[in-house]
Design a protein around this ligand. Structure first.
Ligand code: R5P
Length: 266
C-alpha cells in the first residue's frame, strides 16, 4: 500500500484498529433533518469525541471551521431527494476527486444500491471512483444504502452488498448492523466494516447493545449519526459509544457512563 493511502487510512482507523465516524451528511437527500438543521452547531460539541466526520463539501465549507476539525470523509455521491423516494437509488458522483484533494479529505464516500433499479450504475460509480482515487492514495468508503427500504437490513443482503463493495475496491465499507448473522456479513468482507445506525431507536441501551454486539462480531466501529445527534444528550451518547469502541466497555458500562455524563457528573 502506498504511503499516502496508509497515512489517510491511519487518520481514520485508530492505532487500536477501531474507528468512530460521525456522519452529518443526511441533508444531501433529506434536507434539514431533525437536529441537523444547523450542522455546525450540531457537530461542534461532538467533534472532540469523533475520529472523523462524514459530510458533503457544502456543509464542510459553510459549517466547519477549517482550523479546528477532524479527518474528513467527503460524501461525493448524490443527485436525488426524499421528494422522489422511488428514485433514491439513482445517484451519481457529485464532487470531483480534485475537489476532495483541495478540501484535504482523508477519504471519500459513495452509496451503492444493490438490488435496486440503479444497481448497475451505482456499482460502476463506485468502480470509477476507486479507479480515480487510488491514483491519489485516497481511500473510498462504500455505503451499502437501502434508500427507503429499511427492511432490506438482513444478513444475506448486507453480506452481498459488502462483498461486492470490497470486490470493486472500497477500502472501508459502511453497512447496517443486523441481529442475526452479522458475523457472516463481516467475515465475507475482506476490508474493514463500520456500522450505520439508521433511524433513531427507542432507547440508548438499544444503541449501546447493537454497537457492542457488532464490534464483537468483527466490525471495527461505527458511522453513526441520528442515534447520536438526535439524542437529547448527544455528548453523553457519543462518549458512551466511544467507550464501547475504544475502551471495550460493555453496554451496561456505556449506559452508566451515559447516565453520569447526562447528570453532569463527568
Ligand atoms: C445516509 O443518510 C448517510 O450516509 C448516513 O451517513 C448514514 O446513514 C449513517 O447515519 P445514521 O446512523 O443516521 O443512519
Amino acid at each position: 500500500m502506498d504511503w499516502g493511502m496508509k497515512n489517510r487510512l491511519s487518520q481514520l482507523i485508530q492505532s487500536d484498529g477501531k474507528a468512530l465516524f460521525l456522519p452529518i451528511d443526511h441533508g444531501y437527500f433529506q434536507g434539514p433533518t431533525r437536529k441537523l438543521e444547523e450542522p455546525g452547531k450540531t457537530v461542534d460539541p461532538l467533534l472532540p469525541y469523533a475520529d472523523a466526520i462524514m459530510l458533503t463539501r457544502g456543509i464542510l465549507r459553510s459549517c466547519v471551521d477549517p482550523t479546528k476539525t477532524k479527518p474528513i470523509i467527503l460524501r461525493v455521491s448524490g443527485g436525488t431527494s426524499m421528494a422522489r423516494k422511488e428514485e433514491l437509488s439513482h445517484e451519481g458522483i457529485t464532487t470531483s476527486v480534485r475537489e476532495a484533494i483541495r478540501l484535504n479529505a482523508s477519504a471519500v464516500s459513495l452509496s451503492i444500491f444493490v438490488g435496486s433499479e440503479h444497481e448497475h450504475e451505482s456499482l460502476l460509480n463506485l468502480s470509477n471512483l476507486v479507479n480515480e482515487c487510488e491514483e491519489y492514495g485516497i481511500p473510498v468508503m462504500a455505503v451499502t444504502a437501502v434508500g427507503a427500504e429499511l427492511e432490506k437490513r438482513e444478513a444475506r443482503y448486507l453480506a452481498l452488498c459488502c462483498r461486492i463493495a470490497a470486490e470493486l475496491g472500497a477500502r472501508v465499507v459502511k453497512t447496517y448492523y443486523c441481529k442475526e448473522g452479522f458475523e457472516k456479513v463481516v467475515r465475507g468482507c475482506p476490508v474493514p466494516v463500520v456500522m450505520a445506525g439508521g433511524p433513531k431507536v427507542d432507547s440508548e441501551l438499544e444503541t449501546f447493545e447493537f454497537v457492542h454486539d457488532g464490534i464483537q462480531k468483527g466490525a471495527i466501529g461505527v458511522n453513526l449519526g441520528r442515534n447520536v445527534w438526535q439524542s437529547d444528550y448527544p455528548v453523553a451518547m457519543i462518549r458512551a459509544i466511544r467507550a464501547i469502541i475504544h475502551e471495550n466497555a460493555t453496554p451496561k458500562e456505556a449506559h452508566d457512563l451515559f447516565d453520569s455524563i447526562k447528570k453532569g457528573k463527568q
